[in-house]
Ligand binder design. Sequence first.
Ligand SMILES: *Cc1c(COP(=O)(O)O)cnc(C)c1O
Length: 421
Amino acid sequence: MDHFLYRDGILHAEDVAIPDIAAAVGTPFYVYSTATLERHYRLFTEALSPLPHLVCFAVKSNSNLAVLKVLADLGAGMDVVSGGEYLRAKAAGVPGGRIVFSGVGKTREEMRLALQGGIRQFNVESEPELLALSEVALALDAVAPIAMRVNPDVDAKTHEKIATGRKENKFGIPIARAREVYALAARLPGIEVCAVDVHIGSQLTDLEPFEQAYLKVADLTRALRADGHAIRRLDLGGGLGIPYTRSNEAPPLPADYGALIKRTVGDLGCEIEIEPGRLISGNAGLLVAATIYVKQGEDRDFLILDAAMNDLVRPSMYGAHHDIVPVIEPAAATEGHPYDVVGPVCETGDTFARARPLPPVAAGDLIAFRSAGAYGAVMASEYNTRPLVPEVLVKGDHFAVIRARPTFDEILNRDSIPVWL
Ligand SMILES: *Cc1c(COP(=O)(O)O)cnc(C)c1O
């Protein structure tokens, strides 16, 4: 459920009419709903209660400071995958003790940053990283709390670009070698073992791979404890999928996921961490665009929008589907017309949808991409020198620009021409 509904025939974000935002900000823009973000976060905390837990929002799915602040104010932790994301979480007011640092290639610089600023735990993905982290911590007279990220070799049954839990993926250490690596970790003076971490992929629409992975983690936890390691926490990753179409998808609910967690690892007495991104932010955002032209092709009609692949890359990168809806609600009986929905970028890949049935659209009409709050703005670029798409946050009947569209002067001034040219 989200808070983007038609009211009096006009699409609203909570109590704000989308055309009012378009008039103030220009198009294209992203708009997020505070109430939806809060609701999705609470679904997870409710699903995990009464187990001790921390829901760490995956910052990479939507890293705007205002979005992070909404969640931080509810007590959320953050899962970061870079020094930059760590600084964003801190800037949004998240204490270091609620920040988990994931990622397969942390640099020593990033480790130092997090150790000095405070960190709940590093999710370590290899032995070389473990050795580096111990050295960095020792040099700072600190001890780094860690989980090893284990790769359980389960098939997440999702898009190959976002599956991470097979042995051929670059992530984590093979679960079969985990005891050996934990033994190494326990010997390193700059390391404190405290948890086990697993994350098998993103946009999972079936709970079964989670079940397989978590059962393996439970077995491993018992074995590690028998080896003498004080495993106090389990980080079970993110990845729960969302419905990208309103019609036929019914991915599992956070409540079912919570029940699965209780069933598989609930008896271990561990504090549970999860790292959902998409399920919190995905359906909390729209990308709103205007139609520049409607072009009649030989065998199809093209809707040419002022948004493009640089603003929302998921369709061209993953072949992803986003529902597209008109901002002015069509009359109930309106017959759909198939359009190829495209952007202005000079690549055929700049196509959002083919033969998508939509009510008749005219130049100037506003349309909205649904489910665009995760992996939307964060993956945007300025390809074709198209200004980075702005972001807007709505709460009740007010809205604010939370990242402004850069001016062309700002864009051009980032480049410099060497004096010798
Ligand atoms: C991407 C990622 C997540 C979040 O995945 P979602 O599908 O957005 O929930 C969580 N943890 C790690 C380690 C990730 O890489």
